[in-house]
Design a protein around this ligand. Structure first.
Ligand code: OXT
Ligand code: ADP
Ligand code: MG
Length: 599
């Protein structure tokens, strides 16, 4: 820190400014060896903090930043639309616990990235959206600058923190603050505004180097209070029908071995939220996923680990939890492990909040459990096993059918086998029916292998997540996409081909949003609002860029194409033709969809 003040003293009077995109081609404004500039300082500040990848889309004023970052050895992944770059950055943050970087141009590029920033904040994914911006003095007087917009003000309510850097010597502090804000406490999105003029500012190279900050311990452990842990253990001990709920905060924490030990040592059945699937293998005997609608209302003590009682858990009350009506409490007592002290009581009373990071909390609980912890009563475990076996057998029967055309089950039966044979592959998933059926049919075997629409149920994450997952992990990616969902980011198949990523996209194509068989009730020429071109050949899109395109009309064709994609690691798009009448409105969340009263 000492160096920043020193640097400012030394250099402020000497800071030079020049128009950055006068540098296009990277030729002009090259600082002398004794000097550095805004471009270099941004890159060096990121690299100093172990950030080696940028997801973005070039243009004024950040074109040279992308070039120079690549020249400096960073991985720069260029997208076709900033929203997809933003989703890529956010999921890279989730997978690595380092902030994912999305880089955009000003106003429209910034706005395109903003949805992903807001989504990252909602999902507690650490990400930094860095956008170039136009001339402050013109923007603030609203004099009509090129891509004029007060970006900082617009971003602020949609993210955890928003900063602007005006002087080259403050770049180190700006990046350090952005990193800390993104990953400390509850992770989230951060906006960093870099005005065009900043990039070409020069300063003495030595002072510039000293102004950078390597962030020490960016996400400090948060140790839970001993009495909070004790309270939680006592409540858990008193339970007759305990249940553990694992959320994506638990997956994010990368405390996999301790979480598994806690579940196994207590013998408590657990339910994984969608992105916590695989934290323990879905085939684990303590998984209650196949008895969800039984365990939620029947449990008496529920321990939430990195999961929120939001809409996905019916706010912890109502009929899902055995309440008498939609708002009534079901009688459960809750233990909640969360890094955010404000999360407890957000929906129902939390009897034992344990505030801290999942790793520290779980290890404290493990220490408190000791060697003599009694397993839950056998009648509870047996009752769950009975429901579970019934559901699994029922699912088995459905999966064994081979209807023509294919339905979601017969297609996903193939995906289920392929994922089982390739447990390191990452599964990206979006759609409505395509999402819900995949979640319950396709078992996951390892942590953080399932990436999906998350807290907002947002469509459009598909190709951005796939690109980032492949880039960050080097593992093959299988993207199971509804045909509508795919459309939100489909152009990024070019990105997948350009970087030659091992991504196998499977479109479960039922010709529309939810299903494809609706008709215009007026008999007019326009199609119904939810249906698409029948029998669209999405696989041609992948072929257009040199990837492999396959149309699959049977499970056997789908299996062959997926096996080949995983073997070859070539970008592949399989267009799986699904019965257009197979889906239901909004998938499993039909009840959330208001419909006009039927006469
Ligand atoms: O216990 P019960 O009997 O109930 O059974 C449960 C489990 O016990 C059982 N189960 C199992 N059985 C046997 N074996 C195993 N292994 C097993 N595992 C589970 O199965 C059932 C179900 O289990 P589940 O899933 O755990 O339980 P449930 O009750 O479903 O859980 C509740 C929820 C809420 C947690 C769960 O449903 C959930 O996570 N839902 C997420 C829903 C979601 O986010 N949906 C996406 C949004 S929908 C909508 O908004 C769409 N839009 C609008 C739009 C959006 N979203 N975004 C933007 C930017 N613009 C617009 C659009 C446009 S979806 C959409 C496109 C849709 O069309 P597509 O073509 O893409 O997709 P298709 O529908 O395929 O055509
Ligand atoms: P899900 O949708 O899987 O239920 P949510 O996104 O709703 O998961 O909840 C995740 C929760 O995990 C958030 O409340 C967040 O504060 C918390 N969280 C995130 N990272 C950590 C961590 N390292 N330690 C503790 N809690 C965390
Ligand atoms: Mg569809």
């Amino acid at each position: 820190m000492e160096s920043v003040t020193a640097a400012r003293k030394e250099t402020t009077p000497a800071v030079a400014e020049a128009a950055p995109d006068a540098t296009s081609g990277g030729q002009a404004n090259v600082p002398s060896p004794q000097e550095t500039d805004g471009f270099r300082l941004v890159i060096e500040a990121l690299k100093l903090n172990g950030i080696d990848t940028i997801f973005g889309l070039p243009g004024i004023p950040i074109t040279d930043l992308t070039r120079k970052a690549q020249a400096a050895g960073m991985r720069v992944i260029s997208f076709r639309h900033e929203q997809n770059a933003g989703y890529a950055a956010s999921i890279a943050g989730f997978m690595t616990r380092k902030p994912g970087i999305c880089l955009t141009v000003s106003a429209p590029g910034f706005l395109n990235g903003l949805t992903a920033l807001a989504n990252a904040t909602t999902n507690c994914f650490p990400m930094i959206l860095i956008s170039g911006s136009s001339e402050r003095e013109i923007v603030d007087l609203q004099q009509g600058d090129y891509e004029e917009m007060d970006q900082l003000a617009i971003a602020r309510p949609l993210c955890k923190a928003a900063f602007r850097v005006l002087h080259a010597e403050d770049i180190g502090v700006g990046i350090a603050r952005a990193i800390r804000a993104a990953v400390s406490g509850r992770p989230g999105g951060v906006y960093l505004d870099l005005p065009a003029k900043l990039f070409a500012q020069t300063m003495a190279a030595e002072a510039g180097r000293k102004s950078l900050i390597k962030v020490v311990d960016p996400a400090p452990r948060q140790i839970p209070a001993r009495d909070a842990v004790q309270r939680a253990l006592e409540l858990l001990k008193s339970a007759k029908r305990p249940l553990i709920l694992l959320g994506k905060g638990a997956a994010y924490a990368q405390a996999d071995a301790d979480i598994r030990a806690l579940v196994e040592k207590t013998g408590i059945p657990y339910l994984p939220m969608a992105m916590a699937k695989g934290l323990l293998p879905d085939t684990h005997e303590q998984s209650a996923a196949a008895a969800r609608s039984y365990v939620l209302p029947e449990a008496d003590v529920v321990m939430l680990i990195g999961a929120r009682l939001n809409w996905l858990l019916s706010h912890g009350k109502g009929k899902t939890w055995g309440g008498k009506d939609a708002k009534a409490w079901g009688g459960q007592k809750f233990i909640q492990i969360d890094i955010s002290p404000q999360e407890a009581d957000s929906n129902v009373r939390i009897d034992a909040p344990v505030v801290g990071d999942v790793g520290s909390c779980v290890s404290a609980l493990l220490a408190g459990i000791g060697a003599t912890w009694a397993k839950p009563p056998a009648d509870w475990l047996n009752a769950i096993a009975e429901r579970k076996n019934k559901n699994v057998a029922k699912m088995g029967e459905t999966l064994a059918k081979n209807p023509m055309p294919m339905n979601f089950h017969s297609a996903l039966n193939v995906v289920r086998d392929i994922v089982k044979a390739n447990p390191d592959a990452i599964l990206v998933n979006e759609g409505a029916n395509a999402l819900d059926f995949t979640r319950s049919i396709v078992d996951m075997y390892k942590p953080r292998k399932r990436l999906d629409v998350g807290t907002w149920g947002v469509m459009g994450i598909g190709m951005g997540f796939s690109v980032a997952a492949a880039v960050v992990s080097g593992q093959p990616v299988i993207a199971i996409e509804g045909d509508s969902a795919f459309g939100f980011s489909g152009m990024e198949v070019e990105t997948i081909c350009r970087y030659n990523l091992p991504v196998c996209v499977v479109i479960l194509n039922n010709n529309g949003v939810y299903r494809g068989d609706e008709v215009n009730p007026t008999g007019g020429r326009d199609p119904a609002p939810l249906v698409f071109v029948k029998g669209a050949r999405y696989e041609k899109l992948m072929e257009a860029f040199g990837g492999v395109g396959v149309q699959a009309t049977t499970p056997a064709e789908l299996r062959k194409a997926m096996e080949e994609a995983l073997r070859s690691r070539k970008p592949t798009l399989i267009n799986a033709a699904i019965d257009e009448g197979a889906g239901t409105e909004s998938g499993r969340i039909t009840a959330l969809n208001p419909t006009a009263k039927k006469k």
